[in-house]
Design a binder for this molecule. Structure first.
Ligand code: NAD
Length: 432
């Protein structure tokens, strides 16, 4: 393909070098004449291992050139990749001015072209940015097919950028409606790359970077606490990473229920308490309980604004396959519903009130002494004929649930239970 790459910084220079090495004919574009000059001599405008060889070879083989003339570059190529900077504004927002300028230039140049051109935005941009840019500069071109627009986040890391580009750790491409990409572009995006909406691809990039930042901050906080307690935190974190079932895995990484139960809240609380006594400051770990509480509050707000007077809770324990009610978020939700005067029914086949003992029984005796009158053992009686069904746990097979739902039920899925979408009743995902 003939490809133009806008922005010849850390991302753009690597993109230009690696695409040229794959056999594409690449035209680099930058407003900085010095970077254009460097590229035209086969020299990388930035330091990046492996880049100089690729640029030099591409130049010698006639597959690389650079210019400051955007219109010329668009005219010469079939596709433009945009890798210009998106720095922070003074207030911490995102400065899209460089991407806006380039998108405008490309759209104007495409209007002068007689054949379609593809626009692939790679700069990191907040959800909604691509749609906003298209609306501003290229709505007609995108809808007529003259300028199909893709958002393709870049995940490379400086220092290993060439290898990351050639073997990306993650790839996903955003299209205007989440639909498939043309087969001709599959080699560029990578075979089998998932296609999502523009906004999903945009948020994916931020979710990845926020997650990486969370990992670093977490390891550092455990390190600081370990140092304060004379414990070897390097050994702790190395062992932590050996658990690929619960720790380094997709487990605990699904949006849904707040955390609860007999361990996580208690142990986070104790860790924060101990850290304070040692003088170690752990803002990330300290924020976990407030964050969880905020999540629970937002669930209660959703219930309060649902318009339903009758509430049905499916699953009262903090997770399925247990009758443990200690620090279960749903006990709090139930109390909240009662406090607001809702008619509440609860279904949880794991819960046998007569068998509850110890601290688990104390939860009920002190917080919900009237639970017995709300807990139904019969699913039909629990669901009734109307109400908001707060599906917190998968406590019943969907084929038993489906025939008992009416048009006056709404399913509020707190757990991420995809089959609920197919049951006919209105469906609402808690945080998706
Ligand atoms: N650096 C990374 O490791 C990395 C990784 C993934 C994603 N990203 C994202 O990729 C984007 C680019 O990052 P970078 O580090 O390469 O930035 P950079 O600042 O190194 O390079 C940006 C380049 O864009 C050029 N530019 C600005 N306006 C232009 C215009 N109108 N026309 C042509 N060129 C123009 C600048 O002169 C500069 O050379 C950012 O959104 C960044 O967040 C960066």
């Amino acid at each position: 393909m003939n490809v133009s790459v806008f922005g010849l910084g850390y991302v753009g220079a690597v993109t230009a070098g690696c695409l040229a090495a794959r056999g594409h004919r690449v035209t680099g574009v930058d407003v900085a004449a010095s970077k254009v000059e460097e590229l035209n001599h086969g020299r990388p405008p930035i330091i990046e291992p492996g880049l100089e060889e690729r640029l030099g070879a591409a130049l010698r083989e006639g597959r690389l050139s650079a210019t400051t003339d955007a219109s010329h570059a668009v005219g010469e190529t079939d596709l433009s990749l945009v890798c210009v900077g998106t720095p922070s504004t003074v207030s911490g927002g995102l400065d899209l001015s460089f991407v806006r300028q380039v998108t405008r230039e490309i759209a104007e140049a495409v209007r002068r072209k007689s054949r379609p051109h593809a626009l692939v935005l790679r700069s990191t941009m907040l959800p909604g940015s691509t749609r906003q840019l298209v609306a501003e500069f290229a709505a007609d071109l995108q809808s007529s097919g003259a300028l199909p627009v893709y958002y393709f986040p870049e995940f490379l890391r400086e220092g290993t950028a060439v290898r990351d580009f050639e073997e990306p750790s993650l790839a996903a491409v955003g299209t205007h409606d989440g639909g498939a990409i043309p087969t001709a572009l599959a080699p560029l995006f990578g075979q089998g790359t998932p296609t999502v909406s523009w906004e999903t691809a945009e948020l994916l990039k931020y979710a990845c970077n926020a997650f990486h930042a969370t990992k670093v901050a977490f390891a550092n906080e455990i390190g600081r606490l370990g140092k304060a307690l004379s414990v070897d935190a390097q050994a702790v974190m190395q062992l932590l990473c050996q658990d690929t079932r619960l720790n380094i895995s997709p487990y605990y990484l699904r949006p849904g229920n707040p955390f609860g139960g007999s361990c996580l809240p208690k142990d986070v609380r104790a860790l924060v308490h101990r850290a304070r006594l040692t003088g170690a400051s752990l803002p990330l770990v300290e924020s976990l309980l407030p964050s969880n509480d905020r999540h629970l509050q937002s669930l209660m707000e959703r219930i309060a604004t649902s318009g339903h007077q009758e509430i049905v809770i499916l699953g009262l324990s903090f997770k399925s396959q247990t009758d443990d009610l200690r620090e279960s978020a749903m006990v709090e939700v139930a109390q909240h519903c009662l406090g607001r005067g809702h008619r509440l029914r609860i279904y949880d086949p794991q819960l046998n009130l007569a068998a509850l003992v110890g601290s688990n029984k104390r939860v009920i005796d002190t917080r919900m002494p009237h639970l017995a009158s709300l807990l139904h053992t019969d699913l039909r009686a629990a669901l009734g004929t109307r109400g908001l069904v707060v599906a917190a746990q998968k406590v019943v097979p969907t084929d038993q649930l489906a025939p008992l739902l009416t048009a006056e039920h709404t399913l509020l899925d707190v757990n991420g239970w995809p089959e609920l979408r197919t049951l006919g009743a209105p469906y609402d995902g808690f945080c998706w």
